[in-house]
Design a protein around this ligand. Structure first.
Ligand SMILES: Nc1ncnc2c1ncn2[C@@H]1O[C@H](COP(=O)(O)OP(=O)(O)O)[C@@H](O)[C@H]1O
Ligand SMILES: [Mg+2]
Length: 309
């Protein structure tokens, strides 16, 4: 009897395992006047699961923006391929599920926050009562109640990035690409943007963002890839990569006196820990934490507006 063999084709669009997947993704830019090429991205293999916050790290020129442009279908790969939820990045279905905040977003300076969102909403085909409801939700989400009726020319850099984020979310995408979302933003503004990224994660969104500000990435990313000269030099979960395996830290809510330290030391030695390896130190705040605690009371650099007397 001949057994019939069933050949099944994987339908990646139905329930794709990855929000982002690249295989050997490569981009070369020709430098025509020198008859040379720049290898901006060199055989990148990447897999990002739905719901992850993923950081692209690396110095200027290491290929972060090129990666994002390829994932958005704004640049064509020289080799290899990219998939967004199993779909080609330049397909309409993929584009409908993706929001983008570019590195230096260009907005109309004379439009207010509300008008900007209305403009981009209509561009994305969101209209009427649905659009107005969405604008309310987004202004709330990015905390721009103070700025919604002001022209963008009066916005701080941090407010501009937040309206940019709201714009990227107008069509309720599942996946967000943010290119250097905190570049040029002061520490308070950038901590608000990091909070927003965490809220988006809670809402189930996948967020892929680039940055060269390492501490900021550490606070929000589940996993990172470090780029160097167009190549992925390291990739992994921050939790796994940053833990120091050979040590244990015990945090106490009080300062120990010299006598107490000695007693703890003796206990640890009795428990078999080498006396030379025990160190007592006091934990430090980072300067950024201290700064944020100090200025937390004034959420925007721009004070709220008041009616003219
Ligand atoms: N349109 C372009 N034409 C030529 N070279 C480019 C172009 N875009 C980027 N590059 C080059 O590709 C490399 C990677 O750039 P990019 O992806 O923008 O880096 P990053 O975002 O990490 O700073 C750099 O050497 C850059 O000069
Ligand atoms: Mg860049």
């Amino acid at each position: 009897m001949v057994a019939l063999m069933k050949i099944s084709v994987m339908d990646t669009s139905a329930s794709p395992a990855f929000a982002v997947e690249t295989i050997g993704l490569t981009k070369r830019y020709p430098l025509s006047w020198k008859r040379k090429i720049v290898l901006a991205l060199d055989h990148l293999d990447l897999q990002i699961r739905p719901g992850e916050v993923f950081g692209l790290l690396g110095p200027n020129g290491s290929g972060k923006s090129t990666t994002l442009k390829l994932l958005l279908g704004l640049a064509i790969p020289s080799e290899g391929e990219a998939r967004i939820f199993g779909l080609p990045p330049d397909s309409l279905e993929a584009r409908a599920r993706v929001g983008f905040l570019p590195e230096n977003p260009y907005f109309y300076a004379f439009l207010t926050g509300d008008e900007t969102l209305r403009f981009y909403g209509k561009l994305c085909g969101v209209t009427g009562a649905k659009l107005e409801k969405r604008i309310e939700e987004l202004i709330d989400l990015v905390g721009l109640q103070n700025g919604r009726e002001r022209p963008l020319r009066s916005y701080s850099k941090g407010m501009l990035q937040r309206i940019g984020l709201a714009q990227a979310l107008i069509h309720d995408p599942d996946l967000l690409f943010l290119d250097e979302p905190t570049a040029g933003v002061d520490p308070l503004g950038s901590s608000q943007i990091r909070d927003l990224i965490l809220r988006l994660k809670k809402m189930g969104k996948t967020v892929v963002f680039s940055s060269h500000l390492l501490e900021q990435v550490q606070e929000v990313a589940d996993r990172v890839a470090i780029f160097s000269l167009g190549k992925k030099a390291l990739e992994g979960s921050l939790e796994a990569m940053l833990v120091e395996n050979q040590s244990t830290q015990i945090n106490l809510p009080a300062e120990l006196s010299a006598e107490q330290q000695e007693r703890v030391r003796q206990l640890l030695v009795q428990a078999g820990v080498g006396a030379a390896e025990i160190r007592f130190t006091r934990p430090h705040l980072s300067l950024e934490q201290l700064y944020l605690r100090t200025i937390q009371k004034a959420p925007d650099a721009n004070p709220p507006t008041h009616p003219r007397p």
